[in-house]
Design a protein around this ligand. Structure first.
Ligand code: ZN
Length: 458
């Protein structure tokens, strides 16, 4: 009889796993139907973007957004909702930036489309008038360092269009925004201008955070729209001694208090083990913070609502976090990580959505190989929803802080990236740029992944 044991067991285990696969597949179908037919995400996003609007850390709009978050989380069925205070930077843009080409040809050139970079100092009280040194890279800056003194350095480094995933183009170019000012100030530059971090076919300037190296003078920094970056570059070719008038009134005020907005459903079997899901509530001041990152917030909240609606009580404690300050300081993520670490909390997984509310393609992860293999074994369950990429490396900035502090396995929703940088940190990141179904499919994908991580552990 013994010789029959193995085949019988094998058949049993195949049947069991086939059964399991079918159960999970039915549960995911229920989740998808629930989200696609009853989601509150799009309406919640409408309120956040239209009634609160742009919400930079430290701004009155951000305080309003926190209240919005508390209400939305309570309505979605959380056991508890609370605020976690943290120090946040308080940068203000001030009056509209003004940047003009001063040409000896005296022809009319409209003011250039610019935005001051976040955290930048302003030029006030007076504007700055200076000649321009255009460089295409830090290497060229080093080669021309003797020509930098007294000039406005113009970093005209294009987004590389050859990358398929646009976050690679961003990762490649963003150093000019982040560190360009101090690199130029080191050699005596009086201000910098950068080509915006985009390959969008428009002239919208794209702001974003920069940081100073304290060893060098702090000089103003602005981003130019692409058409104006090209215009300036072309003018410089036959008028290299033209000047730029630049006036910005932005400034950094003392740190102030912001809050992570946190909601919990207590786990039924392992309440001490936590799964964190979130997005960042803050946004740039010049837009509605729709894709960045209103969509991540409402998708995270939707997981709670859908679980509640389907009677799913997670075994692990599920925590939804709307982070206080990602854009110009990551202080929300840092605070959350610091508190989690100090309390010795046991986190099993942290998921973020901060890459836009576009059609989901999969998830990026940073975790040990065996955990990734476990997640990959669920890939067939996602295929009916056109969600297939489980191989990319990544994780969001906010949960990245928790990963850094505790080593927790982390992931990020991976939406189609082709249109994200058309509007990232620019005036056109508004509610109408979000597609309801794409947003909901992202929310469903996150809910499905969280359901499986909760059911099987990680
Ligand atoms: Zn973001």
């Amino acid at each position: 009889m013994r010789r029959f044991l193995l085949p019988v067991l094998l058949v049993c285990s195949i049947t069991a796993s086939a059964q399991q696969l079918e159960n999970d597949s039915l549960k995911l179908r229920q989740l998808a139907t629930e989200v696609l037919t009853h989601s509150k995400a799009y309406e919640q996003l409408r309120v956040l973007t239209k009634q609160v609007g742009g919400r930079l850390a430290g701004s009155p709009q951000m305080a309003k957004a926190e209240q919005w978050g508390v209400k939305a989380l309570k309505e979605s069925g959380a056991d508890t909702v609370y605020l976690q205070a943290c120090q946040v930077p308080h940068w203000v843009r001030g009056a509209k930036e003004e940047v003009r080409i001063i040409s000896r040809r005296r022809d009319f050139i409209p003011p250039l489309q610019v935005l001051a970079l976040g955290n930048s100092v302003g030029s006030v009280p007076a504007g700055i008038t200076a000649p321009v040194l255009e460089v295409s890279s830090f290497e060229e800056l080093e080669a021309k360092k003797d020509q930098v003194k007294g000039k406005i350095v113009f970093y005209n480094y294009p987004f590389n269009p050859a990358f398929i995933h646009t976050f690679d183009s961003y990762g490649d170019a963003v150093r000019y925004r982040g560190r360009g000012a101090s690199r130029a100030a080191k050699y005596g530059a009086v201000a910098i201008m950068i080509r915006s971090m985009t390959h969008g076919a428009n002239n919208f300037p794209h702001t974003g955070a920069m940081a100073y190296n304290d060893s060098f003078p702090k000089i103003p920094a602005v981003a130019l729209g692409l058409e104006d970056a090209d215009l300036l570059s072309n003018r410089l070719k036959d008028e290299s001694d033209l000047k730029i008038y630049l006036r910005t009134s932005c400034r950094m005020l003392p740190d102030t208090i912001g809050h992570n907005v946190i909601a919990e459903i207590k786990g039924t079997e392992h309440p001490e083990q936590i799964i964190t899901v979130g997005g960042h509530l803050d946004s740039w001041d010049v837009n509605e913070g729709a894709h960045d990152d209103g969509t991540g917030c409402v998708q995270s909240i939707e997981i709670l609502r859908a679980f509640k609606a389907l009677g799913i009580r997670p075994k692990h404690t599920l925590r939804i976090v709307l982070f206080a300050n990602e854009e110009n300081g990551s202080r929300g993520g840092k605070k959350y990580a610091e508190v989690a670490k100090a309390a010795n909390e046991q986190h099993i997984f942290a998921l973020e959505s901060d890459a836009g509310g576009f059609t989901p393609r999969g998830f990026s992860f940073t975790m040990p190989q065996e955990k990734r293999e476990k997640i990959k074994s669920w890939a067939p369950l996602f295929l009916p929803y056109d969600v297939y990429d489980f191989s990319s490396e990544g994780g969001g900035v906010d949960v990245g802080e928790l990963h850094e502090a505790t080593g927790v396995a982390m992931g990020e929703l991976l939406p189609d990236s082709q249109r994200y940088f058309d509007l990232h940190h620019a005036v056109n990141d508004v509610f109408s740029a979000v597609n309801k179904r794409e947003l909901e499919l992202g929310a469903f994908s996150m809910a499905a992944l969280i359901y499986l991580v909760d059911k099987y552990g990680l």
